[in-house]
Design a protein around this ligand. Sequence first.
Ligand SMILES: [Cu+2]
Length: 568
Amino acid sequence: MVVRQLLLGVGLAVTATLLAPPALAQEQGGGDPLQALTGPNGKPARYVPKPAGTREVSKLWFGPYTVPPGQDMNRVDIDLPLRDGYLVSIEPAMQRVADLTVPSHQEAHIHHAHWFAVDPGNEEDNYTGGNTEWIFGNGDEETRANFEERSAIDPEGPNYGEYIGASGPQAMIYMLHNKTNQPLNTWIVLDVTFVHGTKAELDKLGPKPWHDVAGVLFGRTFDVPRQADGDGKWDTTNDMPKPIIWTSTVEGTIVGTGSHVHPGGEKVITENLGPADNPCPNDGRGLGGTTLLHADVLWRYGAMFSEDYQTEVTHPAWRAPLHKGDRIRITGTYENKAHAWYTAMTHNGLYVDEAQPPRGRCAPYLVGGVQKQRTVTRKVKKGVRYRIDMRGKLVRKVRWAKKRRKVGVDVIAGIPNREWGQDHDTFCGVDLGRPACERPADPRPTGGFTNQVLISDFLYVPGDTSLSGSAGAVPRVRTGQSLSFVNVDQAANIRHTVTTCELPCNGSYVANYPWANGVWDSGTLGYDAIDGGSPNPVSSTPVDLAIGRYAYFCRIHPWMRGQFEVAP
Ligand SMILES: [Cu+2]
């Protein structure tokens, strides 16, 4: 997801790029923007104008890009389809150039992808100084934005979509994370459902009017410290100096919302606190406000903190009123008894229909005749008994029991966002029926004393566990001194970290392993204008590290492993 730095740094640059004439669309179209390019599957790579009302399911191909070894930099693309119409569903994916297969999360992923449209003066923009509208975005959990199911569930309601004008400049910002030390040749493929036509053209076709929703994105990036003696629940409202709150600048109806967390996140609760001088009531289901959504993180196979996960979104029939001045608070919860999490996030994307006045003050509700959850009592036959009465007649007696069950939809409960799709990740853990995460311990030889380890060509030298001889021996530092790690690869725009993990930390990198143990983290050594990190390639261990041996990995390339030792 886009982080705060975007606001400060690249935001203005991006905006400047956006405001430049959209010339690239023509270049890419081979001189004729109206002519379709053909994607690698023979599917249209760009929109060709079609009669108003045409619903087009297509793949938009961007690239191909070569992501250099190990890079996780953000890139901006302004070559976006420019046709009048409504986006009603969108989902991005990465596909290899060689065979169009999808890389596993351990090879590469789209760390985030965001589509912005130029919209000067947009007060709901939290990232580019009020110059853009967030059209859609997703992060690691690959959330799909789907307006069609939200329109379809309510026969009385409008059709929702994100209006894309043929003349309005658009930009796509994505962070492609190549976790390998080999170049990656990839397409970015947007699975898009698009309805051609302007509002006037489409409304004429009827029966439902078309409403252009406003996308709002807000959230924060933070580190979650490990507290081994705590309750293991760390959240952004109770454990940060300031909660994450967006104050609404608009009146309308929220038609859907979904959250973003990083691996380590367990749930996000979205609440409406109302205006400060007239707060929304505490419904007892959140952290003091009126709960809008309780979104759990769902892990494939229940493998906790796996990279193959999704976060729940609102039910298609869910709607919520939004008034100017309402404070929307999101609370992300992370596990922190056994782990620490670095540059973690909690964000929300929500879509507001300003053409639908708010209904009620705070509480979400269901449309389309979908029934609210309630408990019903049913009589169920428990058994039949027969007896002979005094007159010798057979009497049949049915025994009934009362059974209570819940029917309908709990309005604040999140629902899964998508099918799991192809399983291309590897998992570990005996409890999952997979190989153990750690290999049998293999104590590594102790090396000499030093105060510096170089990170060069994806190796920690000395001390990398893939090396043998003196380069692979565990370097030592005297207690009270610190060991400095220098990212030499930074010259090639490759960022690394040194992140401690529990010894032996020698298993293969898979979707649910390894994780930080919170003893020490170098921070991100290397800088990206949107994602941040440190321009200083050097980070040093604290002088008060306890005597002993430490294992570590790189959060950006988790197959990289090393060890060092603090000696008496
Ligand atoms: Cu690395």
